[in-house]
Write a protein that binds this ligand. Structure first.
Ligand code: UDP
Length: 337
C-alpha cells in the first residue's frame, strides 16, 4: 500500500515512515521542511511542499496511487501555541482542511491523524480514557480537537474512514540509531535534560515545583517514538481491514514526574543535570496519563521500548552521538517486552 506521510521529515513522521517501510508499506513523504529535515527521509520519496498547496497534494495522491494518509504535518508546542494561537489554527486546522479537500477530490478515503492528549485539558480522572470529555486548555489541543471533529463529521457523511491517535509524550530515538529528536528550538524535557547533562546547555529550567503531585512537578506519560510509529502501522492495517473510525490513546498507563525524568537522565548518563526552578509554563496541566486499553484491544498494539530507562537510553545515545550498532542491538534486545 502506498501511504502519503505528511510531515514525514519530522520526528514522529520519520520514525513512522521507517516503520511503514519495514512492514511492507511504501511511504511517500510530503514536508515543507519548515521544521523537519530532508536527511530523515530515507525510506521513500520526499516531495517538498506545503500540504495547503492543494494542486500539488492532488498530483501526489494521483501520481503515486496513494491509498491512505498518515497525517503528522502541523505545529505541536503547547507553550508556543499559547503565544501564537492564530498560527496554530492556521497550521493545524486550515492546512488540514486543504489536505482533506484534496483527498476528497482524489477519492482517498483513509486517514490516520496525529492527535494529542492535550485535547483532554484538565482531566477528571487519573487515567484518561478516550471517552472522557475533551476540554483543551491551550490552542494546540483545541486545534487538534477541531480536526478530530471535522474527521468525525466527514466519517458520518461517508466521505472518510479515520483514526485519531492521541499521543501522550513522545520521546526517545530509533534504537538502531537512524533517527532521533532534532528540533531547532528544542522545548521538550528529555532532550533539554540530556543537553544540560552533556554540558551543551547551561541549565534545565524546572517549570513549576508547586503542582499538586507527590514531588510538586508535573507528571506525564512518556511513550517511545518507535512504539508510536508501530501504532501507526497497526492503525493503517486496522482501517484496511474495516475497523471502525475512532480515537485511540497512545501511552503506557504510567506517569513520571519531571524530577523522575531528571534522575533517570542522571543515572543513564552518569552525570548530573544542572537545574533551576522557574515559574510554571502556560497551558501545562499537572498530570496527563493514558488509559491505553483501547489501543491494546483494537490495534493489537503493545509498547516495547517505553520504559523511562529505554526512552532515556536511546535518546542519550542519539544526543551524545554514540551510535555503535553492536551496543544498540544489545540494548534493544534487553528492552523488548
Ligand atoms: N518541562 C520543564 N522544563 C523544560 C521543558 C519541560 O520543566 O525545559 C516540563 C513541562 O512543564 C512538562 C513536562 O516537562 O510538565 C513535559 O514537557 P514537554 O515540553 O517535554 O512536553 P509537553 O508535555 O509540553 O508535550
Amino acid at each position: 500500500m502506498n501511504v502519503l506521510v505528511t510531515g514525514g521529515a519530522g520526528y514522529i513522521g520519520s520514525h513512522t515512515a521507517k516503520a511503514l517501510a519495514c512492514r511492507g508499506f511504501h511511504p511517500i513523504v510530503i514536508d515543507d521542511l519548515s521544521t523537519g529535515h530532508a536527511r530523515n527521509v530515507k525510506w521513500g520519496p520526499l516531495v517538498r511542499a506545503d500540504i495547503s498547496d492543494t494542486s500539488t497534494v492532488r498530483r501526489i495522491l494521483n501520481e503515486y496511487s496513494i491509498e491512505a494518509v498518515a497525517h503528522f504535518a502541523g505545529s505541536a508546542l503547547v507553550g508556543e501555541s499559547a503565544a501564537k494561537p492564530l498560527r496554530y489554527f492556521q497550521n493545524n486546522v486550515g492546512a488540514t482542511l486543504s489536505l482533506l479537500d484534496a483527498m476528497r477530490e482524489e477519492g482517498v478515503t483513509k486517514i490516520v491523524f496525529s492527535s494529542t492528549c492535550a485535547t483532554y485539558g484538565l482531566p477528571d480522572h487519573a487515567l484518561i480514557t478516550e471517552d472522557q470529555p475533551q476540554k483543551p486548555i491551550n490552542p494546540y489541543g483545541d486545534s487538534k480537537l477541531a480536526v478530530e471533529r471535522v474527521l468525525g463529521w466527514m466519517g458520518l457523511a461517508g466521505q472518510l474512514r479515520w483514526l485519531a491517535l492521541r499521543y501522550f509524550n513522545a520521546a526517545g530515538a530509533d534504537p538502531e540509531g537512524d533517527l532521533g529528536e532534532e528540533h531547532e528550538h528544542e522545548t521538550h524535557l528529555i532532550p533539554l535534560a540530556i543537553g544540560a547533562a552533556l554540558g551543551q546547555r547551561e541549565r534545565l529550567k524546572i517549570f513549576g515545583k508547586d503542582y499538586p503531585t507527590p514531588d510538586g512537578t508535573p507528571i506525564r506519560d512518556y511513550i517511545h517514538v518507535t512504539d508510536l510509529a508501530s501504532a501507526h502501522v497497526n492503525a493503517l492495517q486496522y482501517i484496511e481491514h474495516g475497523g471502525e473510525s475512532r480515537a485511540f490513546n497512545l501511552g503506557t498507563g504510567r506517569g513520571a514526574s519531571v524530577l523522575e525524568v531528571i534522575r533517570t537522565v542522571e543515572t543513564i548518563g552518569g552525570c548530573s543535570v544542572p537545574t533551576e526552578v522557574a515559574p510554571r509554563r502556560a497551558g501545562d496541566p499537572p498530570i496527563l496519563v493514558a488509559g491505553p486499553e483501547r489501543a491494546h484491544q483494537f490495534l493489537k498494539w503493545e509498547p516495547r521500548y517505553s520504559t523511562l530507562e529505554s526512552i532515556v537510553e536511546t535518546a542519550w545515545r542519539w544526543h551524545s552521538g554514540v551510535q555503535c550498532q553492536t551496543d544498540l542491538q544489545t540494548s534493544s534486545s534487553n528492552i523488548s517486552a
